[in-house]
Design a protein around this ligand. Structure first.
Ligand code: ZN
Length: 630
């Protein structure tokens, strides 16, 4: 029987599952995942990532030390997914290198002693190194290697506590280190809680409690609870409680900013982890939940992405405008991770809805067609292109974060928890899991979803015992029907789980779902955009069907169903989905010819601009004709 600690560990780090319990994606998504693993994760020059730790460097307060831990987060489960000897060899070599770079003090990083644990990204880098060591330790089969990596992680955490804990050698407040009112450094809470779960050593829980206090009670700290409970918009939290003259420079934002999305969500993720370990933390959970709901309402766009210049900016109502550095991929990935944690904590399918939207749109759009690279920013209108090169490295934070995002979709696709089988996502796939009686369950899914709304699930399970199956019905879906072995199992309601009651599943049982899929128009500030189910639609200059910025006449309503779109077959691999639409384009309707609607082509947002060639241009929001009289 598993110990309590082991069970908690699996709940807290769900990615470390046996290959036999993972989902194997097929079809379009399977091809994209396989390409990404092969061309991005396996081919990463990991020696280039680890050599950054080899010596104290002139770091200029940079963040070269975040890359390895992020790569480990995805490479450990993907090594299991594709059984790649090359990836396994890279993982083993890199861990051995990282441990060899650990200083006698426990430090693993590349800052000179006088610059450590101060402004800059040193603590942030140590956070990712801790995560990387734990991901390796959790996945390692060899007990000696497992223990060695965990031991290195403990020494590193002991170093941070010794320098920046309540009685730290640096006599420095941790929220005055790092950037963004201390949010970058304080987000180390997440791996500190993970370390406590693995070791049960009280000193790690005490440090975690200290971090929570720093994140919530200090007037010039992150203030993640009181500002959330007061419902102060994220974009307006900067500067509160600080004694600096407001400015718009990076130095001011680094000290007093609180709108940096990636760092903020990373902190809330840590608070949710902490609240699982310590009783009486309802205020932390409530603040995280209120924050996530406010993100959905005020920040997330129709592609499931957010931010300009990596910061919250009340972007939901500005998504039709060309804001600078729109929709950072680190934000998309971190948002999906945050939603994944919320789904686990609340069991509310709205968080799976959010993952679905972000994954199909902002996330897949950021992944280059051949799977080799992630864009840093993916504007809603424009062209796609390579991300920046950071810290004198040939890599960007987003390229390192990207592969972690696919894991959110993969892990929550199918879960067996408390002997309930749940499908959150739909695609051709083979899904496996295990019941508490030790029996394996397995289902094969055949579906082109979300190209169409039909899903067929065939049982490959027999003699496993009885259990219910839950199916997520997306909130955007107006109607859905479910059949079991050809007989209606009832109508399903959008925004809920539909449950097939507990039964003995046999080989060949068939579950069929039909989701209604419609094109819906959305209006923001005299602009219109269109979605099909969870998919945002775009016009692309490659179709050569006129000016893609041409105005549309005002014949749409917000959340209205638009009947004039027809799905059409794609002509090759360039586009995932194509639609032919007959729309009221142009403003020359005084002319009988101009009154006629125009047939134009739309594709899914992820496929738009996927050549990464700047001569190819796409658009998702279209100006509506203005009229002050009627
Ligand atoms: Zn980034």
């Amino acid at each position: 029987m598993k110990s309590v600690a082991t069970v908690t560990f699996f709940l807290s780090l769900p990615f470390i599952v046996e290959a036999s319990e993972m989902v194997k994606l097929k079809g379009y998504l399977g091809e994209r995942l396989d390409a990404m693993i092969e061309k991005s994760v396996v081919r990463t020059d990991v020696d280039y990532l680890t050599v950054q730790f080899s010596a104290d460097a002139d770091t200029r307060q940079w963040w070269q030390t975040e890359f390895w831990g992020k790569w480990m987060h995805s490479s450990v489960p993907y090594a299991s997914y594709v059984r790649s000897p090359r990836l396994n060899a890279s993982i083993e070599r890199s861990v051995s290198d990282i441990i060899s770079y650990q200083r006698p003090s426990g430090y693993i990083g590349n800052y000179k002693d006088e610059a450590r644990c101060d402004r800059g990204w040193d603590v942030w880098g140590m956070k990712y190194t801790m995560m990387g060591l734990m991901f390796y330790s959790d996945g390692a089969k060899d007990p000696e290697k497992k223990e060695k990596a965990l031991d290195a992680c403990c020494k590193l955490c002991d170093y941070v506590i010794g320098e920046l804990g309540p009685n730290g050698r640096r006599k420095r407040n941790i929220w005055h280190t790092g950037s963004w009112s201390g949010m970058a450094s304080c987000s180390i809470l997440e791996p500190v809680v993970w370390l406590y779960r693995r070791t049960k050593e009280q000193k790690y829980l005490s440090f975690a409690s200290y971090l929570v206090k720093c994140m919530t009670e200090e007037p010039d700290g992150p203030r993640l609870v009181d500002l959330a409970l007061k419902k102060i918009p994220f974009a307006k939290r900067t500067g509160i409680g600080h004694n600096f003259t407001p400015g718009k420079d990076w130095d001011y934002l680094g000290k007093c900013g609180r709108a940096k999305a990636y760092e903020m969500m990373s902190c809330y993720q840590g608070l949710l982890e902490y609240a699982e370990e310590v009783k009486g933390c309802d205020n932390l959970r409530e603040a995280a939940l209120l924050t996530a709901k406010a993100i959905v309402k005020d920040e997330i766009n129709l592609a499931g992405g957010a931010t300009s210049l990596e910061q919250w900016h009340e972007g939901a109502k500005k998504q039709h405008l060309p804001y600078k550095h729109q929709q950072e991929t680190c934000v998309t990935t971190t948002w999906m991770r945050f939603c994944q944690k919320l789904l686990e904590v609340t069991d509310d399918p709205q968080w799976a809805d959010q993952i679905e939207r972000s994954f199909y749109n902002a996330y897949l759009a950021s992944l280059e067609a051949d799977g080799s690279e992630f864009a840093a920013y993916t504007p809603l209108t424009g062209s796609r292109y390579h991300g920046h090169h950071h810290c004198r490295m040939h890599a960007s934070c987003c390229d390192a974060n990207g592969p972690r995002g696919f894991l959110c979709f993969l892990y929550d696709f199918f879960r067996v928890k408390n002997d309930v089988a749940t499908f959150n996502f739909y695609s051709s796939a083979l899904a496996k899991g295990k019941l508490s009686n030790g029996k394996n369950v397995s289902f094969e899914m055949y579906s082109l979803y979300p190209r169409n709304g039909y899903v067929r699930i065939v049982s490959r399970t027999a003699l496993a015992g009885s259990f219910p199956m839950r199916l997520r019905i997306p909130a955007w879906c107006n109607s859905a029907t479910v059949k079991l072995n050809g007989v209606s199992a009832g109508a399903a309601k959008g925004g809920t789980y539909f449950t097939i009651p507990s039964r003995e599943w046999t080989h060949g049982d068939v579950v069929e779902i039909k989701f209604s899929m419609e094109v819906v128009s959305h209006i923001v500030d005299k602009h219109v955009a269109f979605t099909y189910g969870p998919i945002l639609l775009a016009r692309d200059s490659r179709f050569g069907d006129g000016d893609i910025a041409e105005v549309m006449r005002c014949e749409f309503e917000d959340k209205g169903i638009v009947k004039s779109f027809t799905p059409v077959r794609t002509t090759g691999d360039d586009f995932w989905m194509l639609f032919s639409a007959v729309l009221p384009l142009g403003s020359h309707d005084e002319n009988p010819e101009g009154q006629l609607p125009t047939a134009v082509t739309f594709c899914d947002y992820a496929s738009a601009g996927n050549t990464w060639n700047r001569k190819d241009y796409y658009r998702t929001w279209f100006p509506l004709e203005q009229n002050d009289l009627f």
